[in-house]
Design a protein around this ligand. Structure first.
Ligand code: ADP
Ligand code: MG
Length: 728
């Protein structure tokens, strides 16, 4: 009997739900472990409080004496909650979060010790950075990297550690993390959008970008997951035959949440409350053992931090409930993978959602301005937006008939399509008073009603307008949202900046009124961006052909897609918007290409190991049982031997043929890997892994999965799909 698999099954069946009781109201728990506004009011002097809020709201620098005061108050607050250590908490380009704990404890001579935490420690730390990816920015002899306090994301306590969100930059100033370029992009979009808002309301001083992510994930029993080398090492199953029942019956989606999972969620949500992560929605997703968690949206920088923090604590909480969380985009073949929709909008410090309906014709024209400029931004930079979500894991989803295709398009719904059609007819140049009235009353004026019942839903669109926000649906479940959010906010910032230049030119040179100028520019945008709008079924083959005719890119794999990240257009964009320098852009590209190579390389090694060292020996063992049986039959039967042994002999042959195919393909894969590993150019190497190594996975898997159907269940070593997906 296959010991590990059956041991794991036995253990997993014995688990009882760990009941989580919620004694306190969530609203009372919310933010208890966060150095948030109300805590700051309590602990900080007036000056210090003002310093921090000015930094948060207007990006003002915090001077050293204020930093000292803040640090000292933070320490007092943390000590009152039993905290012993502090850490700068950052998001290096590994995709995980990073921390290096230091104790508050310090000796001051004469055998005396105190707890100390000053402004210097709050503001800057120097972790040994040599092992974080830098894409060649840091030579090892100059391996220094710095973390620097980001006051816009509040410090929080996790366990007994005070965590201070920080950026992470090289000694020479280049960004080495997700947060630094995101903050720059948010600044760029603030500048550009505020300038546009001033056309409509002079009082607007700041525009913030908001993000509401929806995190999908799988929960698999911890023991069962540990029994599979592929899950342990790659986060997904590299083989395994589909179970008789998968998601055909749609009986999991929105169904009652299984008890073990529900208790996990309650504990996770309690942790989230304490950390100020405003999680609100939980439900079963389409695939068995797949779930989703979504918060109330927040300012984008904070939302990104919260999602990163969530992905980290999910794993820890899951472990306490004997689960392993699979965040991989495609943990199981044949059922849905996981994504992370990024709901995105812009709003003003006067409380207006710029992608929501307004109360007056002018505010609705403002809505249209932001709406159409976003469409135009996506139109200009569709390939970059595709690149923003490229990863080895997400390649399994995009275009795989369950997730948005690898083609970026925008869905706006039937009614807004009609609005745009009407706006297309706006007269060139000056508008007559009648036309203006007509537009304001019957086109722009209708927008609130149009949006109110914008119930159109198109689940196949990668970028859909959903009434008061855009939903970027193609983001992968493991992604750090910082990357797509940096790109989206940057392209919108650039577009808004260009828009303003065009509008101002019409006002100055053609003597148009502000609203006439805006209508004129928007009309041209509507005409020139039609190719990006698509209302049909994104999963349809016909869309691929249509998209090709429209000149939209369709980069199905990561190595192809990533190229857009270093195109001339992209580098110029990031440089113009002060989001990233050429060096930073190129470094990131290199890191992502290398991550892709390593992912496929690891998967290939694991698959080779499992198929050769687990599957083939098991098949041989079973074949020997059959051979023994045939021998026995021969002893007791004479004339009837051929007929009674036929099934077994056929099976013996069939097994041999699968073993043969596995061996041939594994050898082929190893040889291809050797060839590809010798390639120096990393772009070519990535293409080699993508086009020469990876396709062999399917052949190997096919034969292993066939063997799973033939071999005695009692000796099959790998925990099966039905066990992984239906134990709960
Ligand atoms: P659905 O996707 O089913 O329509 P909701 O409309 O409730 O669900 O919202 C989904 C996500 O969008 C939630 O996480 C929510 O917080 C977020 N969201 C709602 N409004 C905005 C906004 N203005 N900006 C960013 N995210 C938003
Ligand atoms: Mg949604």
């Amino acid at each position: 009997m296959s010991t590990l698999r059956f041991h794991a099954i036995k253990e997993s069946l014995a688990y009882k739900p760990i009941i989580v009781e919620e004694k306190e109201r969530r609203s009372d728990l919310f933010g208890k472990h966060v150095f948030n506004e109300s805590t700051m009011r309590q602990y900080l002097t007036k000056d210090a409080f003002k310093g921090v809020t000015n930094a948060i709201e207007y990006g003002k620098k915090i001077d050293r004496s204020i930093a000292d005061q803040v640090a000292s108050s933070m320490k007092d607050w943390a000590l009152s909650k039993g905290v012993t250590h502090y850490t700068h908490w950052f998001q290096p380009l590994t995709g995980a979060t990073a921390e290096k704990h230091d104790a508050f404890f310090e000796t001051i001579g004469d055998g005396i010790a105190i707890e100390k935490f000053g402004g210097t420690q709050l503001v800057q730390q120097e972790p040994d950075a040599s092992s974080f990816p830098s894409g060649g920015i840091r030579n090892t002899f100059e391996a220094r990297g710095y973390t620097a306090w980001d006051p816009t994301s509040p410090a929080f306590i996790y366990g007994t550690t005070l965590c201070i969100p920080t950026i992470f930059v090289a000694y020479t100033g280049e960004a080495l993390d997700y947060k630094t370029p995101l903050l720059r992009a948010l600044h760029a979009v603030d500048d550009a959008a505020t300038a546009i808002c001033k056309y409509f309301d002079k009082n607007v001083k700041k525009v913030s970008s908001s993000l509401g992510w929806e995190q999908e994930y799988f929960l698999v029993d911890k023991m069962l997951a540990a029994s599979r080398p592929d899950i342990s090492l790659t986060g997904r199953t590299l083989l395994g035959h589909s179970p008789a029942k998968g998601q055909q019956l749609d009986d999991h989606y929105f169904g009652s949440i299984p008890s073990r999972a529900l208790n996990f969620m309650r504990e996770l949500e309690t942790e989230c409350m304490l950390l100020g992560i405003p999680v609100k929605t939980r439900h079963n997703e389409v695939a068995p053992n797949q779930f989703e968690l979504a918060p109330i949206y927040e300012e984008a920088n904070l939302a990104v931090d919260h999602n990163s923090l969530l992905m980290d604590i999910m794993g820890r909480v899951a472990s306490r409930h004997n689960f392993k969380v699979l965040l991989h985009e495609k943990p199981f073949e044949g059922i849905n993978g996981s994504g992370k929709h990024n709901n995105w909008s812009l709003s003003t410090d006067t409380g207006v959602n710029l992608l929501g309906p307004g109360k007056t014709p002018m505010s609705n024209l403002q809505f249209l301005t932001f709406f159409i400029n976003t469409i135009k931004a996506v139109h200009e930079h569709e390939a970059l937006l595709r690149a923003a979500i490229a990863s080895a894991g997400n390649d399994h989803r995009l275009g795989a008939n369950e997730a948005p295709p690898a083609i970026i398009s925008v869905f706006i719904g039937e009614q807004l399509t009609k609005v745009l059609e009407e706006l297309e007819g706006v007269t060139k140049g000056k508008l007559s008073p009648q036309e203006k009235t007509e537009l304001k009353l019957n086109v722009v004026g209708k927008i609130p009603d149009v949006l109110l019942d914008n119930t159109d839903r198109n689940r196949t669109s990668p970028f859909a307008f959903t009434g008061n926000k855009f939903e970027f649906r193609a983001v992968g479940s493991t992604a750090n949202c910082g990357s797509p959010m940096t790109i989206l906010n940057t392209i919108v910032a650039k577009q808004l900046r260009d828009f303003k230049i065009e509008v101002d030119a019409l006002i100055d040179k053609k003597d148009l009124k502000k609203d006439e100028a805006i209508f004129n520019v928007l009309r041209e945008y509507i005409k020139s961006t039609k190719n990006i709008l698509f209302e049909g079924n994104g999963y349809d083959k016909a869309w691929e052909e249509e998209a090709k005719k429209r000149g939209l890119s369709n980069n199905k794999t990561t190595p192809e897609a990533l190229k857009a990240k270093v195109s001339k257009q992209t580098i110029a964009l990031f440089e113009e918007m002060n989001v990233m320098s050429k060096i930073e852009v190129e470094a990131r590209y290199e890191i992502e290409i290398e991550a892709y190579i390593k992912h496929i390389q690891i998967e290939s090694r694991v698959l080779g190991d499992i198929s050769r060292n687990h599957i083939v020996p098991t098949a041989v063992k079973y074949q020997n049982i059959l051979i023994e049986n045939v021998r026995g039959l021969k002893e007791i039967f004479d004339k009837k031997f051929n007929s009674v042994s036929k099934a077994q002999i056929d099976l013996i042959e069939e097994i041999s043929s699968h073993i043969e195919s596995i061996n041939v393909n594994v050898t082929k894969m190893i040889n291809e890997r050797k060839k590809v590993n010798a390639i120096k150019d990393i772009e070519k190497k990535a293409l080699g892994y993508c086009n020469d190594v990876k396709p062999l996975f399917d052949d190997i898997r096919y034969h292993c999965d066939k063997l799973e159907l033939l071999v005695d269940d009692e000796i099959w070593p790998l925990t099966k799909y039905r066990e992984l997906l239906f134990t709960r």
